[in-house]
Design a protein around this ligand. Structure first.
Ligand code: G3D
Ligand code: MG
Length: 194
């Protein structure tokens, strides 16, 4: 499988992998970004990719990668060309917050995303007992773990869309002027899923 987008000399595009444990809400978020609508999601086997125009001459390409244990082995393939990272957390799933934090810390150790900006989406804020942005910031040790990059923790609800405009705005601000975001089409290399 190969993907190539069309060359358009003036369009800047940034690659944004969306990672996080299974069921964090990544696919729901992607549909909401793209269509401003909610769809019935099924667990993502492999990945979904969508390019979304963010105003004139700037496109974000979102890579929504499955979060099941076996898919996490291939997350690193999606980091190589990343201009920004969206890390999605189910803020209400207290039992798996530690697991999510460990995976997050593993990602940050990857050389490919050294200094790459990170937006953490503290999703499912509508659910009772969800940790708020400050609590997620502390739990994920953002100040320590992301001291070498721009970062932001955005509370949101993928179902209603609350908080998503702010998250996109942050992503755009972080990535738009980054030297890593490219000014022409990008050739997406083949990615094998287990
Ligand atoms: P994933 O792509 O990260 O694996 P999905 O996660 O987008 O498939 O979402 C997993 C489940 O969480 C879905 O429910 C979805 O509707 C739900 N979900 C996603 N975001 C939110 C949110 O902000 N609030 C609430 N309450 N639920 C959310 P099902 O029932 O289909 O498994
Ligand atoms: Mg999914």
């Amino acid at each position: 499988m190969g993907l190539q987008n069309t060359k358009h000399p003036k369009v800047k595009q940034a690659n944004i992998p969306m990672l996080g444990l299974d069921s964090a809400g990544k696919s729901t978020l992607l549909y909401k970004f793209k269509y401003n609508d909610t769809f019935l999601t099924i667990p993502t086997i492999g990945f979904n990719v969508d390019m979304i125009e963010m105003g004139k001459n700037f496109t974000l390409t979102f890579w929504d990668v499955g979060g099941q244990q076996k898919m996490r082995q291939v997350w690193c393939n999606f980091l190589e060309n990343a201009d920004g990272l969206l890390y999605v957390v189910d803020s209400s799933d207290k039992q798996r917050l530690e697991e999510s934090k460990k995976e997050f810390e593993l990602i940050l150790k990857n050389e490919f995303i050294k200094n790459v900006p990170v937006v953490v989406l503290a999703n499912k804020q509508d659910l009772p007992g969800a940790l708020n942005a400050e609590e997620i910031t502390r739990k994920f040790k953002m100040k320590k773990n992301c001291s070498d990059r721009n970062w932001y923790v955005q509370p949101c609800c993928a179902i209603t869309g609350k908080g998503l405009a702010e998250a996109l705005h942050k992503l755009i601000t972080f990535t738009k002027h980054s030297s890593r975001s490219k000014e022409t089409g990008t050739v997406f290399k083949e990615i094998k899923t287990p």
